[in-house]
Ligand binder design. Structure first.
Ligand code: 13P
Length: 257
């Protein structure tokens, strides 16, 4: 059985004060949720990571970052490294989000370097993959997924891939209010898992957790999380309010598979 993992990607929202407020509210609302049911992660912007870490320390909420650079240190103005994230109390790191691919020239190659560097420093990468509306309409969904997955995982061994989380985020469902149907999500997740089984082996594919992301809300959580190959959610907009994120986490914890 794969444990569900619900992560909130706060994107470029929340000042330090707002982060502390939201993280405290989540801690209050989710404190009684046993850690055996669901993994909970929040990913605030870089500027509030260390304050967020202080709030969630020794709670059932773990901390994630939204990106990192693959070098450990050096003259790379504006970048943040894996050791810096670890030092700030981070456990997970989102890599290759479609917004980074779209607006900041992220490629499969840079994603692959970042995934490797994250693993080498003991961070758990949440590697994002997903097709655009144009790709889907052109019948290229599986081709794009294959390209993102094989490119992002290049040269990684099975024991490394088992530690990774893949987030399937169809670009057309991000921030649009348009969610993939549970059947569409299941179809894409199954394709990704089967591909990983083909590239590695059955055990690696079955251990791999695959999150769905794209307009996840309290109202659609149960049905999406109930799909056999959907192992969690990467939540954008609905993670910015304590009530909606808590409700997504609680609904997920009630899903029986
Ligand atoms: P929304 O939940 O706002 O659609 O964003 C999804 C996302 O991009 C999470 O990484």
């Amino acid at each position: 059985m794969r444990k569900l993992i619900i992560a909130g990607n706060w994107k470029m929202y929340k000042t330090i004060g707002e982060t502390i407020e939201l993280a405290n509210a989540l801690k209050r609302q989710l404190y009684d949720l046993g850690s055996e049911t669901v993994d909970i992660v929040i990913c605030p912007p870089f500027t509030s990571l260390s304050e967020a870490a202080e709030v969630v320390i020794e709670s059932n909420i773990a901390l994630g970052a939204q990106d990192m650079y693959w070098q450990e240190e050096g003259a790379f103005t504006g970048e943040v490294s894996a050791p810096m994230l670890k030092d700030a109390g981070v456990k997970y790191v989102i890599i290759g989000h479609s917004e980074r691919r779209q607006f900041f020239s992220e490629t499969n190659d840079s994603v692959n370097k970042k995934v490797k560097a994250a693993l080498n420093h003991g961070l758990i990468p949440i590697m994002c993959v997903g097709e655009s509306l144009k790709d889907r309409e052109a019948g290229l969904t599986f081709k794009v997924l294959e390209d993102h997955v094989t490119g992002g995982l290049k040269d990684l061994g099975p024991e490394q891939v088992e530690k990774i989380i893949i987030a399937y985020e169809p670009v057309w469902a991000i921030g649009t209010g348009k969610t993939a149907t549970p059947a569409q999500a299941q179809e894409a997740h199954k394709f990704i898992r089967d591909l990983v089984i083909k590239l590695y082996n059955k055990q690696t594919g079955e251990l791999l957790r695959i999150q769905y992301g794209g307009s996840v809300k309290p109202e659609n959580t149960k049905e999406l999380m109930g799909q056999p190959d959907v192992d969690g959610a990467l939540v954008g907009g609905a993670s910015l309010k304590a009530d909606s994120f808590s409700s997504i986490v609680k609904s997920s914890s009630e899903v029986k598979k």
